[in-house]
Structures are given as structure tokens and as C-alpha cells.
Write a protein of this length. Sequence first.
Lengths: 208, 193
Amino acid sequence: MSFKDTLGGRALIGNLWRDNPVFRQVLGICSALAVTNLLKNTLLMCGGLVFTAALSNFTVSLLRKTIPKQVRMMVQVLIIAAYVIIVDIFIRAQFPEIHKTIGPYVGLIITNCIIMGRAEAFASKNPAWPSLLDGIGAGLGYSMVLIVIAVFREALGFGTLMGIPLPARDIWWYQWTIMVMPPGAFFMLALVAWFGNSYVLKKEGGAK
Amino acid sequence: MTQLLVIFLAAAFTENILLARFLGMCSFLAISRQMKTSVGLGAAVVFVTTFTAAINWLLHTYVMVPLGIEFLELIVFIVVIAAFVQLVEMIIERFSPSLYFSLGIFLPLITVNCAILGVSLFMLNKEGFRFWESLVFGFGSGVGWLLAIVLMAGIREQIKEDKIPAGLRGSGITLIITGIIALAFVAFSGMIK
């Protein structure tokens, strides 16, 4: 049995593409869309997301037999919150400048539907190791979409990538300011949802 | 007084919690299909943001800062929000069953609405906010969210029958319209210095 066919492997890979929550349902964008106007901030945010998703899944899974059913939501939120605090403290210490702009959004990882969703749907029923991979997959699948959006928004809006000016900047490409303002994020995400949905529809249409 | 008015206008228009900060998107996309439910959820959000912002400000200023445990603010805030929503639900159920039935299903949804936690976190980001400023900020943010979802619901009811490319139906077209509304709201930015 290859890695792809194990429970953990399926969870990791499925989340990247086939079941990618952003494509299918546009879930969990709240806390992260706002930071997509600079690639650097996005990468930092995505790192925090993958870390939280993976370790909270792992912890929820380890405790799944200990947590009473009635209070499991509350316990899951507290587990997630604990990891988010670690991420928050880390960013505050290592990147104080960036923390000033994205600080509140880091805290909002707690209410990200995807992390809570994976903890409830996968980790509370499966062993720890596949849960860890499932969390990494969910985090990465989500990061992928955000990074694509961030690359376009920063390149079109500021003419830079990771803060480094692109060759065309101010020669034949001038800053398209709307891309770095909030409406740009909505339009970009709409395009992503359009491509994602069309792909799914086409595939389902072809299968019939 | 002017100060409070400026905070209200900024929170509701120029720094709209949904259109400028992308918070509360999940429930916005899911619920904005119908006008009636949108108004219900919006009203519940206004109510909850106003009071949780005030409660969280009090806890932060008088408990967490003196004890030096600000790093716990995330956990404290989320617990306060969950407890407050639960409390409101019980009170409404006890005193106004009719309101409970029209609003009841939205209240649990609110606990996971990131706009609520977001308001409390952004409130701390603003320096020099005192009690009344925080209360007005929470209220203004809630009103901004209500405004956005009601606008959206009105438009979505109008385009329900229209021909939209299959891949854009649902979230795609909603996001494009949200973008256009956000573009319109950018025009408010000159209103407040």
C-alpha cells in the first residue's frame, strides 16, 4: 500500500485539491483574506494556519476518548486558542512590524471555520497520526489559494513581490491600486470561486 | 460627543467590518440569500457586538492588565462571547418566545461569527479607547455588518431569476457584488480624517 492510499495520505492529498474547502464552499476566508495584499504577510499567516490546524487536529485526536461529548466544542475551541496564542506570541516577538498590521487577524484564526471544521469532522473520529496529516493538508490547501491571491494582488497592486520591485514596474506597468484595496480581494476571490466551481461542474458533467 | 459620533461613523462606514476587514464572511455568504433572515441575523450581530465589546473592554482594563495576563485575552474573549450568547438566548427564550423563534436559530451561529471576536480584537488595537468609546465602536461595527448584509440580501433577491454563468452562481456572484459594494464604500473614506 503506497502512502497515497493510507488514511493519512488520503486526508493530506484530498484536502489539497479535491475537497479544498475554499474552492468548494468558500469557507474560512474571514480571518485570512485581509492579509493577502502583501505576499510576506500572507506567508506568515499561512504558516500560522498550518501550524494551528496540524497541532490542534493532533491534540483533539489524542484527547478524543477523554473529552465528554457535551462539552467537546468548547474544549476544541480552547485547544485551538492555545495554539493560536503560541503563533501570536511568536509573530509578535519575531516580526513586530508585521504584527502591528496583521495582529488582530492572527487572533481570528481561532474562529476560522476550516480549523474547527477539521477538528470536528476528522480529528474527533480518527487516530492521531492521520489527523496530523489531515490538518497539514487542510492548512496547505487553504494556503495555496491565499498565496495565489496574494501573488496577483501584490504584483498588480504594488508592482512588487515579497517587497522586491518587478522588472516591469513603472516602465509599462503602473500600480493598479484597487487590487490592494479591499474590493480587489473580493474580485480575486470571486475569480477563484468561479474557476473552482466551473472545474467541479465540468467534472461532474463529464462523469454523467 | 463629536468624538463618539466619529467613532460610530468610522466603524460603520469607512472601516466596515465586512467590506473593509472581511470579517463575518462565512455567515454573510450563507445567509444573505433572504432579506428576512438577513435582518434577523444582522440585528442579533449588532446586539452581541455592542455588549461583548463593552464587557471585554471592562475585563481587559480592570482584570487582565492589572494581573499582567494579556496573553490570555483570546481565550477570555471567546469564552465571554460564547457565554454571553448563551445567556442572551436563555433570556430571550424566557421573556419573549416569539422573538426567540424568529431570532433563535441565529444566536448559536453568532458564537462562531468571526466579526464578533474581531470587533473585540480591533477595539484593543485602537489606543486610548475608554468604556463609552468601546461600546460605540462595538455598536457601529455591528451596524456596519447589518448594513452590508441587508444591502446584499436586497440585491440577491433581485437577481435570483437572472441568467448567471453556472460556475459563478452562489458564492462567485455574491463575491463580485460584495466587491462592487466595497468599492462604493471606499468613497466614504474621505468622510472621516
